[in-house]
Ligand binder design. Structure first.
Ligand code: AMP
Length: 246
């Protein structure tokens, strides 16, 4: 199955792959971790393995950037300014966007939330929405990596402008420099991966998102995975820790 990370951006009219590959067990997961820790890459690998919807709020905001300015709503223009600085977008805007795609949360193949929730307020709102939909989270995977490694990863990260697949100049290089292996799209550096925005993002992570680790630990949903040894090893660890978690 090909992973179109942009699929759910197309909104309510687009349906998931009607036959996700692994329906024996539909996982409903949240992926947590600092920027650059590899959540997006793990989400791609996990989706290939388990199926289901991959929902990335960061992807939505990046896609919204390509909408001409005159067609953007004031809320969207404001959201993009937060993102460009590396700040978190206010909860009200994020929650409205997630609500528009709440059908993905009912996907029979499960879902992977990547980059959402990012604050305790968002986590509480997610809990309420899932309760309304009659759906339960299975686990929250927290990826852990030392800060110096995070900074190196962000500096080398490149993303396909077309299908949003993720590469790294040294750790996960494309076959042809600057071109996506999957769709031949141009590989670009994200605007918010520039050093000044990265500093703001890491601060936002520490103050707003790191507390979610404790939040989900208390709910007995948290599993932790060391993300230091490359995508394949991290993926194996994730699958094995999820099997144990049940
Ligand atoms: P990401 O690709 O997940 O690193 O997200 C890129 C940027 O989008 C973040 O730095 C935020 O500005 C914004 N963003 C994405 N998801 C959220 C969220 N759940 N809450 C607030 N801001 C978000």
């Amino acid at each position: 199955m090909t992973t179109d990370r942009a699929a759910w951006l197309k909104g309510e009219s687009v349906f998931c792959d009607p036959a996700p590959p692994n329906l024996s067990r539909a996982w409903r997961l949240v992926l947590l971790g600092a920027p650059g820790v590899g959540k997006g890459t793990q989400a791609e690998l996990l989706q290939e393995h388990y199926g289901g919807c991959h929902l990335s709020t960061g992807d939505i905001f990046r896609a919204a950037k390509s909408v001409p300015e005159c067609e953007q709503t004031p809320a969207m223009t404001a959201a993009l300014a937060y993102m460009q600085r590396g700040d978190l977008v206010p909860d009200t805007i994020v929650l409205a966007m997630v609500r528009e795609r709440s059908r993905c949360l009912k996907c029979r193949g499960g879902f992977l939330l990547d980059g959402f929730p990012r604050t305790v307020g968002q986590a509480e709102a997610l809990e309420r929405t899932l309760k309304e939909l009659g759906v339960k989270l299975d686990a929250v995977v927290s990826y852990e990596l030392p800060m110096e490694e995070i900074v190196a990863r962000i500096a080398g990260r490149r993303t396909c402008a077309k299908c949003r697949a993720i590469y790294h100049l040294t750790a996960r290089p494309p076959k042809e420099a600057g071109r996506c292996d999957a769709c031949a799209g141009e590989l670009v550096q994200r605007e918010d991966d520039r050093p000044e925005a990265v500093r703001v993002r890491l601060k936002a992570y520490e103050s707003s998102t790191a507390p979610l680790v404790e939040y989900y630990r208390k709910l007995k949903l948290l599993v932790t995975v060391v993300a230091a040894d490359g995508p394949a090893k991290t993926f194996q660890r994730t699958v094995s820790v999820l099997q144990k978690h049940g």
